[in-house]
Design a protein around this ligand. Sequence first.
Ligand code: HEM
Ligand SMILES: *[C@@H]1O[C@H](CO)[C@@H](O)[C@H](O)[C@H]1NC(C)=O
Ligand SMILES: *[C@@H]1O[C@H](CO)[C@@H](O)[C@H](O)[C@H]1NC(C)=O
Ligand SMILES: *[C@@H]1O[C@H](CO)[C@@H](O)[C@H](O)[C@H]1NC(C)=O
Length: 343
Amino acid sequence: MANHLRRQNHHCSRLAAALVAAMLLISAAVPSAAKLSTGYYRKSCPRVEQIVADIVTNKQINSPTTAAGALRLFFHDCFVGGCDASVLVSTNAFNRAERDADINLSLPGDAFDAVVRAKTALELQCPGAVSCADILALATRDLVSMLGGPFYAVPLGRKDGLVSRAAAVEGNLPLTNMTVDTMAALFRRKGFTVQEMVTLAGAHTVGFSHCKEFAGRIFRRSSGGQGAFDPAMEPRFAQALQRACANYQKDATVSVFNDIMTPGKFDNIYYLNLKRGLGLLASDHALVADARTKPFVDLYAANQSAFFGDFSRAMVKLSLVGVKTGRNGEVRRRCDQFNNLST
Ligand code: HEM
Ligand SMILES: *[C@@H]1O[C@H](CO)[C@@H](O)[C@H](O)[C@H]1NC(C)=O
Ligand SMILES: *[C@@H]1O[C@H](CO)[C@@H](O)[C@H](O)[C@H]1NC(C)=O
Ligand SMILES: *[C@@H]1O[C@H](CO)[C@@H](O)[C@H](O)[C@H]1NC(C)=O
């Protein structure tokens, strides 16, 4: 009997070896992500992670909105044509770039600035080596962990993209008025499951939104006159938002924390808020109202470790979306310009 088992085990390990070999072949056929590795700059820029961490830590201490800005910037970069720093390119005479699409709202200057500063420091230490796309991926990771979120290893070796067009943005980013169906279809197209969508939406545990993004929930005409809000909202929360946003049509800069309980902390309170009617955006609340997504909201509300573990994995996966390697990209000299200016 023991012998029999051992033989079977032996067979199993040969089968496993064959499977591993097959998987290696398959992953070799996947052009981009396979070439990334955490040790990519070991020879060309061994201190890259330390340099990025030093610069962005300093930036975050002086400008505390940097971290949330970087997280959103990174998401937008990756969902529009892949994680290739195309979102950092400025519009020029030849091209209206991604960052000038209408949806940019406030892709914040501080996050751009953090990447540019890290690039400047890296160009002094290891000229021409480190891509802006890798800097943005590392900076985002460092900033998330500075806010109390998880720390995860970031595979490196992304090249910077050669294309950045405002017209490419539409249809690739979620909007607050999308149904769960439409949002899930968008995330699926980018390679993410419904659960991973809920996990990544947990990024709204930090940062802020402008009133116009949720005005439709708090300024509703009712038969009784003013004051009506989305009945799914906790009443005192909705009323506080009505006061905060009373002037938003005159002053478009008014904005509100995404997570009113712990706005500057990366934690799982976002999910607890959703369960209590304290979700800010319609798309946030939709996650607790839909039977397909609610179980994941419940899971993360109850277990921050589960959220952090899943968030780390989902962020690494996000960081591999549409990555360019080899001749499909370049290492930009300046993050806001292609090396060849006429493209
Ligand atoms: C699920 C669908 C999503 C929708 C509909 C959505 C929509 C929005 C909107 C409308 C804002 C406010 C922008 C402003 O008014 O300035 C915002 C902010 C933000 N979003 Fe999302 N988002 C989604 C998913 C994500 C994901 C997956 C991430 C990152 C992994 C993310 C990260 C952020 C961050 C960090 C902020 C705050 C930005 C800041 O404070 O500067 N969002 N989002
Ligand atoms: C967003 O787009 C507007 C309109 O094109 C532009 O004026 C603004 O500078 C852009 N914001 C950023 C941060 O690039
Ligand atoms: C959602 O909002 C966008 C602009 O923010 C608008 O163009 C679109 O028509 C809206 N979609 C629905 C279904 O209301
Ligand atoms: C929370 O999630 C972690 C990670 O998935 C798991 O190890 C742990 O058992 C969970 N805790 C509870 C109380 O369910």
